[in-house]
Design a protein around this ligand. Structure first.
Ligand code: ADP
Ligand code: MG
Length: 624
């Protein structure tokens, strides 16, 4: 599909649409593109809001459209049940995959059936992590379109190197749901290497370590790059370790060192204030030696808190040491020595912390490379990959490798590998099988991914049954099973019984992946149900507000009976009755109307009572 477009932002003719590169992060997401004139990758900064979009989705209480980014992040502590963060952790996962990590989130993760994909519940609506990721992608897409003044329909999206097929497929589905054709899913460390220009020259032969410390996750990958092929030699890390933990240890230190009031642990607004101040201190100390600010408690009192870089380093040292232990393991798994590495690349906002830089450089025995903006480097690399796919760099051929072995189940529950891990993709491989029982007419083909010998310890991607095998003695039928793995790591499996030429061809979508129809259905549902959802939500909001008002009015009349006349009391009671009967009904407008009337009626009494109590308070006070 060739389209011709004029880019209004740059005033140039575009042969092809721009393909963007997207870093869909756990904490922050970004979109980048290769500028058609400068040929340089740039992160898109729409309206001077910065290039970083926090990966947070907030569903406003009034049922309005979800809000994404910095604005949504403000609600993390004050409205946690309607504010979804770290959704990337849930992507492509079943409830069983999550284990007890589901309890640690501020929002509700639903377990309808431990084998199927998790859902997130916000009041009376359910959202899949795919839909929520799509909300983030839609925001990125909108920003790109706004900044570039051109439609954006195609993208490259990055994922961690350890993401399995199911998680990759879920990422792809999220892209589709956001209206993006996802041309390629690329490993984050591969993108980082590309951004540093490594692998762009096919004669390049390099081995690099990519150290990525983000907000909530840590990944270390050792890559070998030769002839445009990026091979993941090993990965390690900790999916629950990142810059947020640095903020937490600072907050804990202040709480005890400055004896902060207990409310800083319980009141969401104070917790938020403390957390933000801790993050501010951390960032400030990346550049300065000491930091001072003040917190404001419930009574409006200021409490000064401070932190030096040396204190900060002591607080985070155990956390940084854990990342180094993971680096040691990754290096060992790659069977390389630190001296074999041509470069150590730093990725992720938390690598700005000087102690992190020092520890990584010391461990690998060479200064780590942090010359690119660590927040942007993955998105920039994705943009380069997009540019390659757009055909703008014809000299470069980029291939990826499959991170895990693919095979089928054979007798005794064993995995028979067909495509070994680290095979270059796209790739094709096959094997011949036969039946084990006389007269067997069906053969079950179950496809697994993983490195273990027993299929039960690997991940099942799917299965199908080859039917119509002519009845023959065991061992006579010849069944060819062929695997075709495309450039995105999506697998196609074909089985043929050679004697009868019975064949069956199946695209093995990962077990948890969505079919095209399911994605379309989800799109349709969200359109059809949108109106109803909003109406239902508004009704619930109105009912809650009415119940609160009734409670307040009840309290008020009980406390101030002596200041109210008989008529006022009767009128109030009558209006309370009207609100109650509206509440029992199915409509929102009568509830709002009755509430307004009750509010109107009682406001003058409330003001009068307030004046009385102020006068009494004044009278009791001696002046001077
Ligand atoms: P992710 O890849 O997980 O989405 P990022 O790479 O965007 O996350 O990293 C976000 C983290 O980086 C946050 O914890 C943030 O506080 C931290 N960070 C950003 N800037 C700095 C800085 N100047 N000094 C220290 N930490 C920083
Ligand atoms: Mg990241």
């Amino acid at each position: 599909m060739a389209t011709v477009a004029i880019n209004l932002a740059t005033g140039t003719f575009q042969q092809e649409e721009i393909i963007v590169g997207i870093d869909l992060g756990t904490t922050n997401s970004l979109v980048a593109y290769v500028h058609p004139d400068s040929r340089q990758p740039v992160a898109i900064n729409d309206q001077g809001r910065g290039s970083i979009v926090p990966s947070v989705v907030h569903f406003p209480a009034d049922g309005a459209e979800p809000v994404v980014g910095t604005e949504a992040r403000e609600f993390l502590l004050t409205d946690p049940q309607r504010t979804i963060y770290s959704v990337k952790r849930l992507l492509g996962k079943s409830y069983r995959d999550l284990g007890n990590h589901a309890d640690q989130l501020g929002y509700k993760v639903i377990d309808d059936n431990s084998e199927s994909l998790v859902k997130i519940r916000v009041e009376d609506r359910f959202y899949s992590p795919i839909e929520l990721s799509a909300d983030i992608l839609k925001e990125l897409r909108a920003r790109a379109e706004h900044a570039l003044k051109t439609p954006v329909n195609r993208a490259v999206i990055t994922v961690p190197a350890y993401f399995n097929d199911s998680q990759r497929q879920a990422t792809r589905d999220a892209g589709r749901l956001a209206g993006l054709e996802v041309l390629r899913i690329v490993n984050e460390p591969t993108a980082a290497a590309l951004a540093y220009g490594i692998g762009l020259d096919p004669s390049d032969e390099k081995t690099v370590a990519v150290y990525d410390l983000g907000g909530g996750t840590f990944d270390i990958s050792i890559l070998r790059i030769q002839q445009g092929i990026f091979e993941v030699l090993s990965t390690n890390g900790d999916t629950y370790l990142g810059g947020d933990d640095f903020d937490r240890v600072v907050a804990e230190y202040w709480t005890s060192a400055f004896q902060l009031p207990a409310a800083f642990r319980s009141n969401p607004h104070l917790q938020q204030q403390l957390r933000l101040a801790a993050e501010m201190a951390k960032k400030y100390l990346s550049q300065h030696d000491d930091f001072t600010t003040h917190l404001t408690d419930e009574a409006g009192q200021n409490i000064a808190v401070m932190l030096t870089r040396a204190q900060f380093n002591d607080l985070i040292r155990p956390l940084v040491d854990r990342t180094i232990a993971a680096c040691r393991q990754a290096l060992q798994d790659s069977t390389l020595a630190a001296t074999d590495l041509d470069a150590v690349l730093l990725v992720g906002g938390s690598t700005r912390v000087p102690l992190v830089y020092d520890a990584v450089s010391a461990f690998f025995g060479q200064p780590a490379n942090n010359s690119l903006n660590p927040d942007e480097v993955v998105a920039l690399g994705a943009a380069i990959q997009a540019d390659i796919l757009a055909g703008n760099r014809r000299d470069v051929l980029l291939l990826d490798v499959t991170p895990l072995t693919l095979g089928i189940e054979t007798l005794g529950g064993l995995l028979d590998p067909i495509i070994p891990r680290n095979s270059k993709i796209p790739t094709k491989a096959g094997r011949q099988y036969t039946t084990s029982i006389d007269g067997q007419v069906n053969l079950k083909i179950a496809v697994y991914q993983g490195e273990r010998d027993l299929v039960s310890q690997n991940r099942k991607l799917g299965e199908f049954v080859l039917t119509g095998i002519p009845a023959m003695p065991a061992g006579l039928p010849k069944v060819d099973v062929n695997f075709l793995l495309n450039a995105d790591g999506i697998l196609q499996v074909e089985a043929i019984e050679l004697r009868s030429n019975t064949r069956q061809q199946v695209e093995i979508k990962p077990q948890y992946g969505l079919t095209d129809e399911q994605v379309e259905q989800m799109l349709m549902d969200s359109l059809v149900n949108a109106k109803e959802d909003v109406a239902a939500r508004l009704l619930i909001e109105a009912r809650t507000a009415a119940e609160q008002l009734l409670y307040q009015v009840g309290n008020f009349t009980k406390k101030n009976r002596q200041h109210l006349t008989e008529e006022e009391l009767t009128a109030t009671e009558a209006q309370v009755g009207k609100v109650r009967s509206a509440l029992a009904g199915p409509e929102r407008d009568p509830i709002l109307k009755a509430m307004d009337e009750l509010d109107e009626l009682t406001r003058p009494y409330a003001e009068r009572v307030m004046n009385i109590s102020i006068q009494q308070a004044m009278a009791g006070k001696k002046i001077g």
